[in-house]
Design a protein around this ligand. Structure first.
Ligand SMILES: NC(=O)c1ccc[n+]([C@@H]2O[C@H](COP(=O)([O-])OP(=O)(O)OC[C@H]3O[C@@H](n4cnc5c(N)ncnc54)[C@H](O)[C@@H]3O)[C@@H](O)[C@H]2O)c1
Length: 255
């Protein structure tokens, strides 16, 4: 039996990169996938890719910063599709203006990054909590190496703060919901080649080289590298795992 049979899985930011790969991986394991993204076309393309490969998926546009829209989306999905038992909080952005950069840019980074990467995780989780609690749900939050440390170049205090916050929120929820059988974990990807860092890869090849030199596995990650950990944390394979973070960083944090 596939590992995620009979599950309905909501994935935010599913229109690109890691979220798309997780959507395809979950569908391969039998989940019915709901791809959400502020980019409606990207989410629709993901749902089509899932369907084309024999899985079941649909998509809706959702901006995770819009709390009312998150609540309305949870209701719409409950009414039209069914009970959600897996939530992957993956939507995120990275902006890299250090604290000493131009004031306007630093302030905008802070507001946008915290709104999407941290408050967005809260908004979506809160909206789907009823269904997740009723179905012994599994929540998988996408953290980062920056859930633990700051990456110096290029500096992004907002991103580091947001991803530390995601890990803290993961622990808090795991503790609060454990007795109900709801499990809450995170994944800490290393440097994964996606559109998120395409501009950095193009403009800062030396920074990328240094990063990879620090990485024991000696290569950048691909979105597919996050799929196994996500299936593990969403499935019964991880039945006794909660409040944890699985690092999928090529060993970066071991050095
Ligand atoms: N790529 C990496 O190296 C890396 C490393 C560590 C963590 N992460 C995290 O992985 C997650 C996915 O990143 P990715 O690399 O696949 O990036 P990506 O840019 O390819 O995908 C992110 C998706 O999130 C969506 N999104 C952005 N703002 C949104 C909003 N307000 N509401 C809904 N959706 C929104 C985008 O439209 C996009 O489809 C992010 O949380 C990111 O911080 C990525």
């Amino acid at each position: 039996m596939p590992l995620l049979a009979n599950h309905i899985a909501v994935i935010t930011g599913a229109g690109s990169g890691i979220g798309r790969a997780i959507a395809l991986g979950f569908a391969r394991e039998g989940a019915r996938v709901i791809a959400l993204d502020v980019n409606a076309d990207g989410a629709a393309e993901t749902a089509k890719l899932v369907s084309d490969s024999g899985g079941t998926a649909c998509s809706f546009p959702l901006d995770v910063t819009d709390r009312a829209a998150c609540v309305a989306m949870a209701k719409r999905i409950a009414d039209a599709i069914g009970p959600v038992s897996i939530l992957v909080n993956n939507a995120g952005i990275a902006r890299r203006n250090g604290m000493t950069g131009a004031a306007d840019a630093v302030v905008k980074d802070w507001e946008d990054v915290i709104a999407i990467n941290l408050t967005g995780v809260f908004n979506v989780t809160h909206a789907f909590l009823g269904s997740l609690r009723a179905n012994k749900g599994r929540i998988v939050n996408i953290g980062s190496i920056q859930s633990f440390v700051h990456i110096r170049q290029p500096s992004s205090p907002a991103y580091t703060a947001s991803k530390h916050g995601v890990l803290g929120f993961t622990k808090a929820l795991a503790v609060e919901l454990g007795k109900e059988g709801v499990r809450v974990n995170a994944i800490g990807p290393g440097f994964i080649e996606t559109p998120l860092n395409a501009a950095t890869r193009a403009s800062n090849p030396d920074g990328v080289r240094l990063f990879i030199e620090h990485t024991p596995l000696g290569r950048a990650g691909q979105p597919e590298d996050i799929v196994g950990p996500a299936i593990f944390l969403a499935s019964d394979l991880s039945a006794y795992v909660t409040g944890s973070i699985v690092m999928a960083d090529g060993g970066y944090r071991a050095v």
